[in-house]
Structure formats: structure tokens, C-alpha cells
Design a protein around this ligand. Structure first.
Ligand code: BG6
Length: 471
């Protein structure tokens, strides 16, 4: 018997997310249309999963009609994905559209609208064209900011009649953090100057998109331009000042670095001062800061999976190596924490409520929603019943517990617009191809990518129809 029930407001989004690169596959891709991730996967066969990866992905490009029908069946009100910048254009400098790819996007959006599911579209979900990385060093260059604006202008002009909610980037901090802060990916270069320059140019690019969007009348027509961020709810080991300071600085470098300029229009003064103190060099001018000040985003999506825990650092930083924010903190593992061992992430649904409190306190004017939350599990086929349906009760519990805190926060006045699950179907993770499965719908790699709804899909459909969460 359920102990708690909570109503889901009529306008509350109950959706799911994905991205172009993680689902579409390379069918129809022309030479020169590689993205940054395509290059990585082409160079390193280790990231593929038993030979499966982005080449076919979930073959969404051919199977979108079947998938949209399944979205309808699962009760999704909204679906978020991206347009792949590296494939939308044939020439990134002259902004020449690939008509074949662009027509597929038209058809897919039409299919969603026909089924009554609202599309939410991101312009970059790790899909930086490889050409721009190789030619200009990617987001190191101000020219790339202008090319991104040119690309967005074409996209808005073509699809604004079909899509109202747009987003500049998904998790804009991630690539340069892996590449230039942690030196975990090619070119394995620890360079905090480049890290901050990429951050700034993605922030500037977002503000330029908001400016364009408003000046061209899309806002007046009821559209919005937002961004999808991944701020981490950061808990200190203890209330001792040195642990609190570690959490404070972590929050500054990984959360507020994007939240403050994009939502409030200004970089945190304390961050700028710390970067100066440690000799981090990045270029910006008054005109750019003015654009950032005048054009904050209209809404923000927040990807939330697990809490981040830190403590004061126990080691001395070597002053001769480039500055890294980890000078100020160390990770801390809470003993006895609840874990998703497949992904190595702590499970703590309360982070949703704590994030809501933070939004109320620091960004009270900004509407927000959970843009991703979900559970990746290895080898899910072991949970199939006799009919071949994956019995993913753990996913149902995970969604219900996180959704509960979002609804409670909303009841108490948070500007939380909704909840989106990662992911609708299983798909290709940038880090581990098909190893961890996140979907409501299984993609059976042994059966020509057959779509098989998991137990959670029927549960989600009932939730959406009843508009009441019981747990
Ligand atoms: C999010 C990304 O951070 O996490 C997705 O926006 C990603 O693209 C998802 O797939 C799950 O992480 P992972 O590494 O397990 O795929």
C-alpha cells in the first residue's frame, strides 16, 4: 500500500531526453561532417561496446516514427533532443545547410507534433564539429562563437514554427573540464587558461543567441532560449570551516561559473579574483561582459544525477604545475552511502529538493526544470521476465523518489516546471557506448535494435495518465 500521494500539476512537464549523436547513427553523414566525439570514437576502439557505438547508435534517423509512437504510448508530454551542428551544415564557414539532414529533422518534428508531444531542442550536445576543433582550437576562438550564432540563425529560421523551447548547450562545462582541467581526453593537456576561455566563449555564445532570438522576434512569439546545465549539489564533509571552504570553492568553479553569468548576467567577483590570483589568463572585454549582462537566459534545465561531496585538501599543491581548482578540495566518500554500483554514482533523491532551495535562494526569478535524471544499469537483460520484459523496479523507485522531491518543492512554491528522464530509449553514452542502459525502452542489440518497453515504461504511462505520484 502506498503511504504518500502527491498531485502532479497539469502544466508540469513529464518528459524524457536524449541527444542527436547518442541516437541517430552516421547514416547519410558526409565526409567532413565529423563531430569532436566522432573523432574520438574513430581513434579509440576501446570506447565501443562489443563493437556497438555511434555508427548506428539506436538508428533513430530511420526509426523515429516508431520511437515517437512509443513516446506517446509511454505518456511523455515533452521530448528533448539536439540538432547535430556537425551534420546540419555542409560548410560551417559559409553556413550551407545539408538539406538531407535538415529534412529528416523536419519530418521528425512533424511526427512529434502530430502525436501531441512537445519538442525541446538543444543546439549543441557535445556535437562540436571536428573541423572547428582542428582549425580554430574549438571554443578557444571567438570566431567559433560567431559561427555558432550563424548556425543557430539558420536553425531558428527553419524550425521556429515547430519548436518553441530552445537551448544553446547541454552541460557546456563538461568537455573542457575533461580535456583541459583533468587532462583525461585527447590532447591530454592540463591548461586552466584554455578551460576558462572555453567557459567564457560558451557563455558569450549563449548570450549572443538570446540577443538574436529576442531581436528576431522569437521571444515575442512565445519562444524561449535557455541552457541545460549540470550544477552539482555539493555537500561538505562537516560544518568545520576548512571543509565548508572546500565546498564553497568547488561550487564557485563548477557551478556558479556558468549559473551566475547565464542567469544573473555577471561572473562571481570571487571567482574572477581567484583566477587572477592564480595567474589564469583568459580574454574578455567590456563589450562581451555587457552582452552577457543584458541577455540572461529565459529558463534553465538542470541535469541532476548524484550529489558531490568534498572535504578540505590534505596535500600541498605544487606551485610549478598549472593551477587546478582541486588545490582547494578533495573528494569525500560518505561511508554507507546508497550507490548505483554500475555507474559508481551515489543515489540521494534529496538533491532535487536541495537544488530547488538553492534556486529559490540564489536565482528566484529563473524558471527551471530537471532536464535529466536517471539510472544507468549494466547488463539489464538479466532482469528479463519470461515474456522478455526487463523488470526495472529499481528505475521506477529511482524516478518516483526524485520526482517526489521536485513535486514537493513545487508545492512549496519553487519555479520547477517539470521532470525529464534520461533517457527515453537506451542509447550510446559518450563515455561507455551501450554498457550502461538508461532507457524506459530497451534497445536489443541482439535483435536488430528491436524496441522493447521495460516495466518502467508502462509505469510512466500510468503516472502520466493519473497525474498523481504514489510512493
Ligand atoms: C549527462 C549527459 O551528463 O549524462 C548525457 O548529458 C549522458 O549525454 C548522461 O549520456 C549519462 O551519463 P553517461 O556517462 O553514463 O552516459
Amino acid at each position: 500500500m502506498s503511504k504518500v500521494t502527491i498531485a502532479i500539476p497539469a502544466d508540469f512537464i513529464l518528459g524524457a531526453a536524449a541527444s542527436a549523436w547518442q541516437t541517430e547513427g552516421w547514416s547519410g553523414k558526409k565526409p567532413g561532417q565529423d563531430s569532436y566525439l566522432d573523432l574520438w570514437y574513430k581513434q579509440d576502439r576501446h570506447v565501443w561496446h562489443n563493437g556497438y557505438g555511434p555508427a548506428v547508435a539506436t538508428d533513430f534517423i530511420h526509426r523515429y516514427a516508431e520511437d515517437v509512437a512509443l513516446m506517446k504510448q509511454a505518456g511523455l508530454t515533452h521530448y528533448r533532443t539536439s540538432i547535430n551542428w556537425s551534420r546540419f551544415l555542409l560548410d560551417y564557414e559559409q553556413v550551407i545547410v545539408d538539406e538531407e539532414y535538415a529534412s529528416y529533422i523536419d519530418n521528425f518534428l512533424d511526427e512529434m507534433l502530430r502525436q501531441g508531444i512537445e519538442p525541446m531542442i538543444c543546439l549543441e550536445h557535445y556535437e562540436l564539429p571536428a573541423y572547428l576543433l582542428e582549425t580554430y582550437g574549438g571554443w578557444q576562438s571567438k570566431h567559433v562563437v560567431e559561427l555558432f550564432v550563424g548556425y543557430a540563425e539558420k536553425v531558428f529560421a527553419r524550425y521556429a514554427g515547430k519548436v518553441k523551447r530552445w537551448f544553446s548547450f547541454n552541460e557546456p562545462i563538461v568537455v573542457q573540464t575533461r580535456v583541459y582541467l583533468d587532462a583525461l581526453r585527447y590532447p591530454y593537456e592540463q591548461n586552466t587558461d584554455k578551460w576558462m576561455q572555453w567557459n567564457h566563449h560558451k557563455i558569450l555564445a549563449t548570450a549572443r543567441l538570446v540577443q538574436l532570438f529576442e531581436q528576431q522576434g522569437y521571444r515575442r512569439d512565445g519562444g524561449s532560449l535557455g541552457v541545460i546545465l549540470n550544477p552539482e549539489v555539493t555537500y561538505a564533509r562537516s560544518s568545520a570551516p576548512h571543509d565548508q571552504k572546500a565546498a564553497h570553492i568547488y561550487d564557485l568553479f563548477y557551478n556558479r561559473v556558468f549559473l551566475d553569468p547565464l542567469l544573473l548576467g555577471v561572473y562571481p567577483a570571487e571567482l574572477i579574483e581567484l583566477l587572477r590570483l592564480h595567474g589564469v589568463e583568459w580574454h574578455y572585454d567590456e563589450q562581451e561582459l555587457d552582452i552577457i549582462r543584458r541577455y540572461p537566459v529565459h529558463e534553465v534545465g538542470i541535469n541532476l544525477y548524484y550529489p558531490h561531496r568534498v572535504k578540505a585538501p590534505s596535500r600541498q599543491w605544487n606551485e610549478h604545475t598549472p593551477f587546478h581548482p582541486a588545490y582547494y578540495y578533495e573528494p569525500f566518500e560518505l561511508p554507507g552511502r546508497r550507490m548505483n554500483t554500475s555507474r559508481g554514482w551515489e543515489i540521494n533523491p534529496r538533491i532535487v529538493y536541495d537544488m530547488a532551495q538553492r534556486m529559490n535562494r540564489d536565482y528566484p526569478d529563473m524558471p527551471w526544470f530537471i532536464a535529466e535524471n536517471g539510472m544507468g544499469i549494466e547488463n539489464e537483460a538479466r532482469f528479463k521476465n519470461a515474456e522478455g520484459e526487463i523488470q526495472d523496479d529499481y528505475r521506477i523507485d529511482f524516478i518516483a523518489e526524485h520526482l517526489y522531491w521536485a513535486l514537493k518543492a513545487r508545492e512549496e512554491g519553487a519555479r520547477c516546471l517539470g521532470y525529464m528522464l534520461w533517457a527515453f530509449t537506451d542509447n550510446v553514452s559518450p563515455m561507455n557506448a551501450f554498457k550502461n542502459r538508461y532507457g524506459l525502452i530497451e534497445i536489443d542489440l541482439q535483435q536488430q535494435l528491436r524496441r522493447q518497453p521495460k516495466k518502467s515504461a508502462a509505469w510512466f504511462a500510468r503516472l502520466s495518465a493519473a497525474r498523481t505520484l504514489a510512493l
